[in-house]
Structure formats: structure tokens, C-alpha cells
Write a protein that binds this ligand. Sequence first.
Ligand code: MN
Ligand code: MN
Length: 320
Amino acid sequence: MAVEDEHPDVVEQVDSLRVPRYAGFTTFARLPRIDDVPDHAVAVLGIPFDSGVTYRPGARFGPAYIRQASRLLRPWNQELEVAPFRAAQVVDAGDVAASPFSIDDALATIEDDVRRVTADGRKVVVLGGDHTVALPVLRALSAQHGPLALVHFDAHLDTWDTYFGAPYTHGTPFRRAAEEGLLLKDRSAHVGIRGSLYDPADLEDDARFGFTIVHAQEFERRPVHEVVARLVERVGDAPLYVSVDIDVLDPAHAPGTGTPEAGGLTSRELLALLRGFRGLNLVGADVVEVSPAYDHAEITAVAAANVAYEFVSLFALGRS
Ligand code: MN
Ligand code: MN
């Protein structure tokens, strides 16, 4: 097809019809490493950090595990009708060497690395890591694009204040981001919220920061396309960051995570929601909180790898 001739220099995946997909080096979707090619438009960046978790640990092993499951991703996205690894150069940028002992040091290292791989408008898909990592990613991207619209898929609000006095945890990144002016008030949303809270005031507190909420319960009465329409209208043409905590999925669809909550989305619903963001001004995205030790049969890693695939596909399609 024509797009092939337009980008003759793009290095795509290792061809799984020539080299078995279970052979060879493990990079995301069998793509080249960042230092294998002269430049990139989209970087897939691992952040193996989980020192901000409050319950089950293990998301530090998420990036390697998602990469392993991503070996099955094929070149053509049939729903979005795009060849995501052909339209532009996509690379695996490796992992951030984030300190497991100092959260402050880790946040600084993550922000530096994200700034480096996203210079001059390059795009990033982050593989977490616990949800703490979203804060330094938002710091790096908002420094370049200005305040961002955030669509945040999660069972949890992640706008709590502190845990045991600690301000930087996986339950607090979006409160810190709002306080720091990294987010566009009234352009941001949580999707998939459910489960028990500490207090009804948690929800009022959250609204003060400018979020709207699509509760998981809403999917009982509203089809996915209506939720998409509501989110697309809210985001408008703002620079957009999409953050996917894999626990937005029901534990049946993502058992391998740190703080599972019953009654979540299906992976089909989540992927359809993401595809609905086609044409928006997406500048960065993450999929976080995959904890392999609690997984079975790569269920969670397959879901996360496909979430990352949809992000790369959205970048390939660009704005419309
Ligand atoms: Mn969560
Ligand atoms: Mn979260």
C-alpha cells in the first residue's frame, strides 16, 4: 500500500513469518531498540518502579512482562485500519533506571528520561510501574505542551492527599498534578471508578480539582459510544494524556494487579473506548499497575500490551 513507499526508512517489527515470534530479543512488539535507528516519532518506555504502592507490590516487573506478551502484536490494526509501526518510526526506548529506595530521586530520573525521549514533540507510551510514575511523566509533557487534558482509566480516583504522611504514592499522582497546574481544569475525567471509598467526601474533594467521573456502574445503562462522545467533547482540542491503570478492568480481565476491585470494565470495552479517541491531540499515554506475580496465563499482560498497541495506533493516525 502507498504508506509503505512514503516511509521507506522505517524499521518495523521483526517479521514473525520469518523468525518465530517467541525467538530473539524481547522488545515491545519486536520493534527496534532506540539506539538501533537514527530517530523516532514514538517511544515505548518502561518504568519499572513500584515503591509507591499501598497494597500488593510487583508492578516493577510490569514492563518486562508486558513486552513478553507484546510479541503477539501483528502489523495491522483492523479496527482502526492503520499499520501503526509503518506510519512512523516506533522504538522501544528501554527502561528508566528509577531508584527503588528514594521516591524523590525516582521521580526526577523518570522526568528527565521522559523529557529526553519526547523532545521536539515526539510521543511516548509508558509501560509501568505503579501509578506514581504518571506524575513525573505529566511534569515532563506539560513542560513542553502546557497544561494537559487527562483521561484517567482506573477503579480508583488517585486524588487522595497522603498515605502515612507521604505525598508521592500511587494513590496521589493526580492530586499532585492538579496542585502543580499540570492539568486543564474541566477538561479531565476519571473513567471506571468503583469500589469502596474512605468517605463520601472523597468524591467532592476530587471534583474540586476539575475532574468529571464516569463510574463503572454507568456502563450498565450507557453504550460505550455514548461514553466516548462525552469524553471527546470534554477533551476538545486540548493536548491529551491518557493514563490506564489496568485495574480499571474487572479482575476477571486483569487479575495481575495490586489493588483489584470487583465490577470493572471488560477488555473489549476498554479497547473500544481508547479507539474512540482517534483524531484527538494525544501527546502521551501510559498503562500501569501490571503486577505479574498475581497474574494467570498472561491475561493481564495481554490486555496491557493491546492497550499500548491502541496508543501507538492513535499516534500513527494523528489528528484529524
Ligand atoms: Mn487503581
Ligand atoms: Mn491508579
